[in-house]
Design a protein around this ligand. Structure first.
Ligand SMILES: [Zn+2]
Length: 520
């Protein structure tokens, strides 16, 4: 049903009702095939061929022995993860800026620098949600404050279930709402946006693992606007139940757009939400909500380093250095994939680098993409000379719930490659993915899901910069459970080699030539 879902997408964003209809249709195809097909791709079943077998060649005179091995790349993720919660402005995020600056200098990059970015440092300190059904006992539920929602000393108020047909009923009360992560066919977005009519060659899944499978996304139908219906209805607070969330978690750091919300709000477990719904059906329920949190301006930094190349036009290679938690995948993996590129290209002679290479780790992804927006403001005049902006985010293993337990499905989350509609660039990406046997991959149009890709590099596309944005979107992306066991270790080297091939494919292609190939 994959391509059928393409019709549910519009140019400006997600048609939520159609989106949900697709989700309902696919939900029956539950991920119940654990252990069935573990031969999904080469290199994914034990061992790392790249580290034991003879080194496979790279194009031209690029030296495969300079590709960092799996242990090295994973070691960087481990070190970054070990610093703790890396939200914008937190100590761990400040640490990682220094760590990256040091690595860039050690590698001999030039123009290594920190470029200031204003972010909002949000920190929840103490909070609690007590629930008292009429005539019943008070229960304290596990909860997590919604980022950038308002603090509150003690709000004692009635809880009312939000009803789209009668939103006014929650005015002055606490609005109780359900949010459910979207479940779609893995290829639901392949035909989206400006994708060509024929999409078969844009899906690389030789073992057919996408057939009948579902992809649990890290967002529900409201995306980041989860509180807005309650706010618009005049509610005094938002209580969000994460219905059917794998692992029954409540540590969901959404929204992360950095926009202050005027009312307090917390997430609760879906199982507690079911209990609450039963209580509401039986009679009135009151809540007591306390949230002590701060949201303060903080000066964070984009970390930048450069390598001269065959000419002075530019290939940018980026990701972001902050995250919602200690976040191994989001984006310990992106940081490390960029470090792997810097390590490799620094070891090649200058004439082997196709263009000047700019390595860039944005600040403030979790603060409304502040680092991305700042970099564009500061460097807009230089973007015409950018041949390609390659963004690397999220080497993630798929996890699924089996008998109430979350277990690895021992395969990667579907890999999205958002690629500008430039046929030679699209072909270069397909060739790179095929050469490195990166199955479970697909090319998406940059506007497949909205007017720009849902990546940390989103707005380079809007600026007309040719892009290749790699992104995997596991359901746990914004959850505390994003830990080292979620990393797709065995594909760190193949992903690195594929990125090298993509960068190399721009050899001899000017920024103007690349744009001249633009379609759609
Ligand atoms: Zn990311």
């Amino acid at each position: 049903m994959g391509n059928g879902d393409g019709s549910s997408l519009d140019q400006r964003g997600v048609d939520r009702r159609a989106f949900m209809a697709g989700a309902v249709a696919t939900v029956v195809v539950a991920a119940c095939s654990s252990g069935g097909d573990d031969d999904d791709q080469s290199g994914s079943d034990g061992g790392s061929p790249a580290s034991t077998a003879p080194l496979a060649a790279l194009p031209g005179e690029l030296r495969p022995e300079d590709v960092p091995d799996e242990e090295t790349i994973f070691g960087w993720i481990d070190e970054v993860f070990g610093q703790g919660v890396r939200r914008p402005g937190y100590d761990a995020d400040v640490w990682v800026e220094g760590f990256l600056e040091d690595r860039f200098r050690e590698l001999g990059l030039e123009n290594v620098r920190l470029e200031p970015v204003q972010v909002t440092r949000w920190e929840p300190r103490e909070w609690s949600l007590e629930v008292t059904p009429q005539g019943g006992e008070t229960r304290t539920l596990d909860s997590f404050p919604l980022p950038y929602s308002a603090p509150v000393d003690e709000l004692d108020v009635e809880l009312v279930a939000f009803d789209e047909a009668n939103p006014g009923a929650v005015a002055g009360k606490a609005s109780f709402a359900a949010e459910e992560l979207l479940r779609l066919a893995p290829t639901a977005f392949v035909a989206g946006g400006s994708a060509p009519a024929e999409t078969a060659d844009r899906v690389i899944d030789p073992d057919g693992t996408f057939e009948g499978a579902e992809h649990v996304l890290p967002f529900g139908s409201h995306l980041q606007d989860v509180m807005e219906p309650a706010i618009d209805a005049g509610a005094a607070a938002f209580i969000g139940s994460l219905v059917n969330y794998p692992g029954d978690s409540y540590q969901y750091m959404v929204p992360y757009d950095g926009v202050a919300r005027p009312i307090p709000g917390v997430w609760i477990r879906g199982s507690d939400g079911e209990w609450l719904r039963d209580q509401l059906a039986a009679g009135p329920v009151r809540i007591k909500l306390r949230i002590d949190s701060t949201a303060e301006p903080f000066e964070s930094n984009n970390v930048v380093g450069e390598l001269p190349g065959a000419d002075d036009q530019v290939v940018m290679i980026g990701s972001h250095h902050d995250g919602p938690w200690a976040s191994a995948v989001e984006d310990g993996s992106g940081i490390s994939l960029v470090l792997a590129q810097a390590t490799f290209w620094a070891a090649q002679p200058v004439e082997q680098r196709p263009h000047r290479l700019v390595f860039l780790l944005h600040a403030g992804h979790m603060s409304g993409g502040a680092g991305l927006l700042r970099y564009i403001e500061d460097h807009r005049a230089e973007l015409d000379d950018v041949v390609l902006e390659l963004h690397l985010e999220h080497a993630a293993l798929e996890f699924e719930e089996v008998d109430g337990e979350l277990v690895s499905a021992e395969r990667c989350v579907p890999r999205w490659f958002f690629v500008s509609r430039i046929p030679p660039l699209e072909q270069a990406v397909i060739d790179a993915l095929t050469s490195e046997e990166l199955s479970r991959s697909m090319l998406l149009a940059p506007d497949a899901i909205g007017s720009q890709p849902p990546t940390d590099g989103a707005f380079y596309h809007n600026e007309g910069v040719p892009i290749v944005h790699f992104l995997e979107a596991p359901f746990y992306l914004f959850d505390e459970m994003d830990q080292l066991d979620k990393i797709d270790r065995e594909n760190l080297v193949p992903l690195t080699r594929a990125a090298i091939r993509i960068v190399d494919s721009t050899r001899g292609v000017s920024a103007a030539d690349m744009r001249a190939g633009l379609e759609a």
